[in-house]
Design a protein around this ligand. Structure first.
Ligand code: URA
Length: 477
């Protein structure tokens, strides 16, 4: 067993360096133990390492690095071993990350998501209290993160509170900003942070004023603001009394509703949009909203998940959302979507009876002045996003999947697939039958009207092949 000692719990760079070295020496995952400064593995013994293979270094998908960087902050002591095991396996199976059911991939994903959730909760629930240290003002917050997120999250607080001197104290480490320099120090105790300041009453008044008893959903509220954070929130001591009074206050609101002005009453009478049923696509959409599996989320407005009928036999898969889809959060609603709708109508297909999604769920673009020009997603991004497509397919179990263009075909077949030679043919795959055709935006790019006309006719002819699948309502398999 070879022991690798990282500098501390958040030493991702150290892990990368060591992992590269161990890969170059072909050291298998089960011959390694990963330790951190704070958690020495006393059982590990160091033995002589195999010689270095000076061939070209292994290529690692960028999507893996993004996930690994987050998962490395998880509190699970086995996380660095998991990351190395995945790296090792990626050499044999480059699209491993698309296999959502693989236990290592699922563990990686769940760790990365837990870390992002913790980062988000810290941003939402940290409360600074004013204090004076000597003659200087300082704001001090106490927070107990579930994972090792303080260093990763501190730059956010620097940006947010750039002009304020602050300290964040946690049990494992502390961060300090003086308006100029960010420094890190040892962990602290809750008693080191002030418990109250003059702002407490303001926080409570604010919270009481925005609390709407008629919309109270205790389970959702506990999920969003878990009880473990309450001890640190000035407003938390109001929660129980406000919940206890909610029913009474709602009855009073209903009883006094007649006095609302006429215009407001009319508006209130319009049925409010109902939340989506908690079907599995709705749950996946919610999960995917915070997807960080590849770097594309960073510049996109939002995740654009699939939509449409869920008990449909037919699913259409495009490439990625475009500019308008990115802004509206829905697939195929821009110029390519209009072309798609026209061709569907001509082929006698009701889009509302199918499910429409994309191989990649975030808009990739290059900025040109005020415009954002479409950029083709690379294989790493397609593979990273296959995770979601696989889960959509598993949830819907369609009989036919229509790949609109080469990116969709590549994602569905797991290899580059030229559209020209495979279009118009139905191919059986482990997930469903797949029909490949062109992407509607290909038609928009054709330079002359005659080519546009004839290619459009071919596209409609391909789409006509879908109709029997919609008409035959027999279950998938
Ligand atoms: N192109 C696509 O592939 N998908 C969309 O949603 C829009 C344009």
């Amino acid at each position: 067993m070879h022991a690798v000692a990282l500098a501390d719990e958040t030493d991702f760079e150290g892990w990368r360096r060591a992992a590269r070295e161990m890969l170059a020496r072909h050291v298998p995952p089960d011959a390694l133990s990963w330790t951190t400064h704070a958690r020495p593995d006393l059982l590990a013994t160091d033995t002589k390492l195999p010689p270095r293979d000076d061939g070209p270094p292994a290529v690692v998908p960028r999507g893996f690095i993004v996930l690994a960087e987050a998962a490395a902050l998880h509190c699970d002591p086995q996380r660095f071993a998991l990351l190395y095991r995945l790296l090792w396996r990626l050499r044999q199976t480059p699209d491993l990350l698309a296999l959502a059911s693989d236990p290592d991939v699922a563990a990686l994903d769940s760790m990365a998501r837990a870390v992002h959730r913790d980062i988000h909760k810290m941003r939402a629930f940290i409360r600074f209290r004013h204090t004076r240290i000597g003659s200087a003002d300082r704001h001090v917050a106490w927070f107990e993160p579930a994972h090792h997120i303080l260093r990763a999250n501190a730059p956010f607080f620097v940006r947010r509170f750039a002009n304020m001197a602050w300290s964040i104290l946690t049990p494992a480490a502390s961060a300090h900003w003086d308006g100029d320099t960010l420094a890190f120090g040892p962990g602290a105790a809750r008693a080191d942070a002030p418990r109250e300041d003059a702002m407490e009453a303001l926080w409570r008044d604010y919270y009481a004023s925005i609390f709407n008893p008629a919309r109270l959903k205790v389970a959702a509220m506990r999920a969003e603001m878990p009880v473990r954070y309450w001890g640190n929130l000035p407003e938390a001591r109001l929660i129980r009394p406000l919940i206890a009074q909610a029913r009474q206050r709602t009855s009073t609101m209903i009883a006094t509703a007649q006095t609302t002005p006429r215009q407001k009453r009319q508006r209130a009478a319009t049925p409010a949009p109902q939340p989506e049923a908690a079907g599995s696509i709705a749950a996946l959409r919610e999960e995917a909203a915070s997807c960080r599996r590849c770097p594309l989320w960073e510049h996109a407005t939002q995740t654009v998940f699939g939509e449409g009928q869920e008990d449909t036999p037919v699913m259409f898969v495009g490439e990625q959302p475009g500019d308008q889809e990115d802004l509206k959060g829905r697939p195929f609603v821009g110029p390519a979507g209009k072309m798609f709708d026209r061709a569907l109508a001509e082929a006698g297909i009701d889009r509302a009876r199918a499910y429409v999604t994309n191989a990649v769920k975030h808009f990739k673009f290059v900025p040109r002045g005020k415009r954002r020009l479409h950029a083709k997603p690379n294989s790493g991004e397609v593979i990273a996003c296959r995770f979601w497509l696989s889960r959509e397919i598993a949830a819907l179990r369609p009989r036919l999947i229509v790949a609109l263009g080469a990116t969709a075909a590549q994602s569905l077949f797991g290899r580059p697939t030229p559209v020209g030679s495979s279009r118009g043919r139905v191919t059986e795959t482990a997930e469903a039958k797949v029909l490949v055709t062109v992407h509607p935006s290909y038609l928009l790019r054709l330079p002359d009207a005659a080519a546009q006309e004839s290619e459009y006719e071919r596209f409609v002819a391909d789409l006509r092949l879908v109709r029997p699948f919609l008409e035959d309502a027999t279950p998938a398999r």
